[in-house]
Design a binder for this molecule. Structure first.
Ligand SMILES: Cc1ncc(C[n+]2csc(CCOP(=O)(O)OP(=O)(O)O)c2C)c(N)n1
Ligand SMILES: [Mg+2]
Length: 281
């Protein structure tokens, strides 16, 4: 672990990120299921792995490739005080800057995303440039299994492997979901770790929802000094809120009226309460 948060602290932060995702999506709909599923990755990334720069931001760089997963970053940066919940509740409203897919320059976002498959190559370029400049900053890039179907992804992967970019860590949201169904049915991307290994990466398949396992995996990535690293996270939409996962397992997009938000809120509030009680000892 790199900072002072305990595993319990991070689990509590993840639960609050999940609640934030429900709170901002219930207004007009959105990518709630992804925000919920990626909460443990977000908690460990923003509250342990990325080193602060001493100026209110981060020394290490995070590239969100999968534009609709912007909700993960918004909801995590609400917990760090970079966004207020009031502004986040304008998510998906006409005229808001809290876009469902982000624009470069928006706080927390290195690139304009939404046209999928851009992040792996852009983050590889960023990692290469930082290395050229003698920077010790690391680069993390989140992208999806849907983006593994994009040609540009594999150009970035090939470049990163060839350049042995050990300052680069890819995080794949390998949730077996794309807009039109399951990749295993539509256009399979498996076996994912083996494909990256063939391109010169060290690869590790994890659940993506276990804080302790995520911390260990980030550490292994940092300790891999001869090649780039990929953590293949087998998350599932809504992971962490069982009642919504059972109600709507196939939900690339969650329309406002599609789920019982109150039931989801009740479940995550109970999780938060139990974690807070455990923390009080
Ligand atoms: C280049 C490009 N092609 C197609 C799309 C349309 N599109 C939007 S979301 C999506 C599904 C992508 O799958 P994934 O990111 O794995 O979705 P999730 O698991 O979050 O549901 C597609 C094909 C797009 N945004 N960009
Ligand atoms: Mg997917």
């Amino acid at each position: 672990m790199r900072r002072n948060n305990s595993i319990l602290d991070l689990e509590l932060i993840a639960a609050k990120i999940r609640r934030n995702a429900l709170e901002i999506s219930r207004q007009r709909g959105g990518y709630a299921a992804q925000g919920v599923a990626l909460a443990d990755i977000a908690a460990t990334l923003y509250f342990d792995e990325l080193r602060p720069d001493g100026d209110g931001w981060f020394h290490d760089r995070f590239v969100m490739s999968n534009g609709h997963d912007a909700i993960m970053t918004y909801c995590a940066l609400a917990e760090s005080g970079h966004y207020s919940m009031e502004e986040l509740k304008t998510y998906n409203e006409d005229g808001t800057t809290i876009d469902q897919s982000p624009i470069e320059g928006q706080l927390g976002f290195e690139i304009t995303a939404g046209s999928l498959g851009q992040g792996p190559s852009q983050s590889a370029g960023l990692a290469w440039a930082l290395r050229q400049q003698g920077s010790d900053a690391r680069v993390y890039c989140l992208f999806s299994d849907g983006e593994l179907q994009e040609g540009n992804t594999w150009e970035g992967v090939m470049f990163a492997g060839h350049q042995k970019l050990s300052n680069l860590c890819y995080i794949v949201d390998n949730n077996d979901m794309q807009a039109s169904g399951h990749p295993t049915d539509v256009l399979t991307v498996e076996p994912v770790p083996e494909k990256f290994e063939a391109f010169g990466f060290k690869a590790h398949r994890i659940s993506g929802t276990d804080v302790a396992e995520l911390l260990d995996t980030f550490e292994e990535a940092r300790n891999t000094t001869d090649r780039p690293y990929v953590m293949v996270c087998d998350t599932r939409l809504w992971d962490g809120i069982d009642c919504l996962q059972q109600a709507l397992p196939m939900a690339h997009y969650t329309a406002k009226g599609a789920v019982d938000w109150d039931a989801g809120m009740a479940e995550i509030n109970a999780v938060i309460q139990a974690l807070e009680e455990r923390r009080r000892g």
